[in-house]
Design a protein. Structure first.
Length: 303
């Protein structure tokens, strides 16, 4: 938590390198401690846990030290820490809807997991392995979304409405290009990547079925996340949250309880991913259009 908050502050002021360096240092330390404590000292699971905790502590100390030594407006002074109602209200207005959205989407993933479990242990193992690969794509999409939100909020605060549009367009291009390349590559090298987790041919086959629908089409997920990110950057978080819940979670629930039982297969189950992304994108684009018009009118009145 401390590292993530501190890194978010640094990224918000344009410093993206130091949070990366701190995270790389912590990752190297984590890997080294895992090897040392598990292999050399034979500590098993406890060794892995200790390595994780120590590496996270180091990353948080590094980022807090960076903030404390800063001379900018974001300098951290522990003696001045206090809760300010006006800022707390703004944080809740943006943060609570975003948190609810993440929670509800995770709930839909739990329902999806239970549906996968109905195919037995082989499908469960394939889904787990594929999901690990899927996680790397999510990190890529999320980084572009956070960038879009940060730059949108900066230009929103500065009253630069045209630059907000440019930020979104650039991020759309960046997200589509990167996720398309990584998604197609993840599927193309899928068997080799899945062999990192298992040598079972049937598990790899199940994993490839899942990767086909979750990686090749993952650029849709990138687009789906960008518009809520841009809207949050303009201070609007509740509506995109509601639309994401309806589009993503609603579609998957309908799919799992009505469509999937009639066509019981992994292919049909995981088509729900691109289907829910497309529906959500359409709603998010419409929402962005109307909110953007309102924001533009408000900025014109202020000028």
């Amino acid at each position: 938590m401390l590292y993530n908050y501190g890194a978010a502050i640094l990224r918000a002021v344009g410093d993206t390198k130091r949070p990366l360096f701190f995270l790389v240092a912590a990752g190297v330390i984590n890997a080294g401690l895992n090897l040392l404590l598990v292999i050399v000292f034979d500590m098993g699971v406890a060794g892995v846990a200790i390595g994780t905790i120590v590496s996270q502590m180091i990353s948080s100390i590094l980022v807090l030290r960076c903030l404390c030594r800063s001379e900018g407006s974001y300098k951290l002074s522990f003696s001045k820490l206090r809760i300010r109602g006006i800022y707390m209200k703004q944080i809740f207005q943006v943060g609570i809807p975003a948190g609810i959205q993440s929670t509800v989407i995770n709930f839909s993933n739990v329902l999806l997991q239970s549906s996968v479990n109905s195919f037995g242990s082989t499908a469960m193992a394939g889904y787990t392995a594929a999901n690990n690969i899927f996680g790397f794509l999510y990190v890529t999409v999320n980084s572009v979304t956070q960038t879009c939100m940060s730059f949108t909020s900066q230009n929103y605060g500065a009253g630069k409405s045209k630059r907000m549009d440019k930020v979104l367009i650039d991020c759309i291009i960046l997200s589509v290009v990167i996720t398309s390349i990584l998604g197609v590559s993840a599927y193309g090298f899928g068997p080799e990547l899945l062999k990192i987790y298992t040598e079972d041919a049937k598990v790899i086959q199940c994993g490839m079925e899942i990767l086909l629908y979750t990686t090749v089409t993952y650029f849709l997920c990138g687009l789906m996340d960008l518009f809520p990110g841009a809207l949050r950057g303009m201070g609007h978080s509740a509506v995109p949250m509601i639309l994401s819940v309806i589009g993503t979670v609603g579609t998957r629930i309908v799919w799992i309880f009505w469509i999937f039982p009639a066509h019981h297969s992994l292919d049909i189950l995981f088509i729900s991913y691109p289907a829910s992304w497309i529906i959500t994108i359409i709603m998010q684009v419409i929402c962005y259009y109307f909110v953007r018009k309102k924001v533009h009118r408000d900025m014109q009145r202020q000028v």
